[in-house]
Design a protein around this ligand. Structure first.
Ligand SMILES: NC(=O)c1ccc[n+]([C@@H]2O[C@H](COP(=O)([O-])OP(=O)(O)OC[C@H]3O[C@@H](n4cnc5c(N)ncnc54)[C@H](OP(=O)(O)O)[C@@H]3O)[C@@H](O)[C@H]2O)c1
Length: 255
């Protein structure tokens, strides 16, 4: 029997990351689940992946720390001896109204960039020796519609995801032909992220407002994003440097 391939997903104890490791596990891959704070949700996701037949490794690591990224890569090497796909999904933000320019300071930008941009860079670099061992390896960065439409939790967040898109292009050039590097840019996704940031009432209003404007009368689910992260990571043999908008037609609006 062929050796199982391995997918590493940062920030995979919740939301999009958790859906992504579940999908890779369902496809017969082993998975690495990462988080920075609470181990309990990560262990629950690992149990679901194991029930699907995968080996699942949980690693606490803050992607903003280069030492943590290197340790995570070393743990993957020790446990599996390989990595075939990296999904840079861990992200952070500060919810600040668009017009409130005083609501963001340099430290806010630096905290957000440290995870959303530098974290993805550090994690890609740390895992590179393992990814290079396997033909067809891929990196998928989880960006956001915020980078393309100037919507979302704050201007610092939008800018960080724009930087992540640009980094996707640079890494795609730098790491080809061995490794493909792509990104997904989701619109509104039903995860704890927006619920925590907006509060229950504004969450529901924003969800309904999004649906009313989107051509497909829908918002995204974590599984929708995982499906794209599966295709770009494990398939898409001739695709690199792509930033794929997943917005249920918000950009088009209704006809
Ligand atoms: N939800 C949306 O509408 C939406 C739309 C577009 C893009 N996105 C992007 O999708 C990604 C995932 O978001 P989500 O909605 O699935 O969020 P979520 O449900 O809140 O999950 C976030 C995950 O990231 C982990 N995490 C946070 N900071 C981390 C760090 N520094 N190092 C390692 N892990 C970290 C969290 O675990 P711990 O708390 O234990 O660290 C958790 O597992 C983010 O990059 C976000 O920008 C989300």
């Amino acid at each position: 029997m062929a050796e199982r391939r391995v997918c590493v997903v940062t920030g995979s104890s919740s939301g999009i990351g958790a859906a992504t490791v579940r999908l890779y596990a369902r496809h017969g891959w082993n998975v690495v689940i990462n988080f920075s704070r609470d181990p309990a949700p990560a262990e629950a996701v690992a149990a679901e992946c194991r029930a699907l037949g995968a080996e699942a490794l949980c690693v606490k690591a803050d992607v903003a720390s280069d030492a943590d990224c290197k340790r995570l890569a070393a743990e993957v090497d020790a446990r599996f001896g390989r990595a075939d796909v990296l999904v840079n999904n861990a992200g952070t933000t500060k919810f600040v109204a668009l017009k409130d320019l005083d609501g963001l300071d340099a430290e806010d930008f630096q905290n957000i960039y440290a995870v959303n941009v530098i974290g993805a860079y550090q994690m890609s670099r740390a895992l590179l020796p393992l990814l290079k061992r396997n033909a067809g390896a891929g990196i998928v960065n989880v960006s956001s519609i915020a980078s393309m439409m100037g919507v979302g939790s704050s201007i610092a967040y939008m800018a960080s995801k724009g930087a992540l898109n640009a980094m996707t292009l640079g890494l795609a050039r730098a790491l080809g032909p061995a490794i493909r590097v792509n990104a997904v840019a989701p619109g509104f996704v039903e995860t704890p992220w927006l619920k925590a940031g907006l509060g229950a009432e504004r969450y529901e209003q924003t969800l309904q407002g999004y649906k009313a404007r989107a051509a497909l009368d829908a918002v995204m689910t974590p599984d929708d994003v995982a499906e794209a992260a599966w295709w770009l990571g494990a398939g898409a043999a001739k695709t690199t440097g792509e930033v794929l908008l997943l917005d249920a037609g918000l950009r088009l609006t209704r006809g």
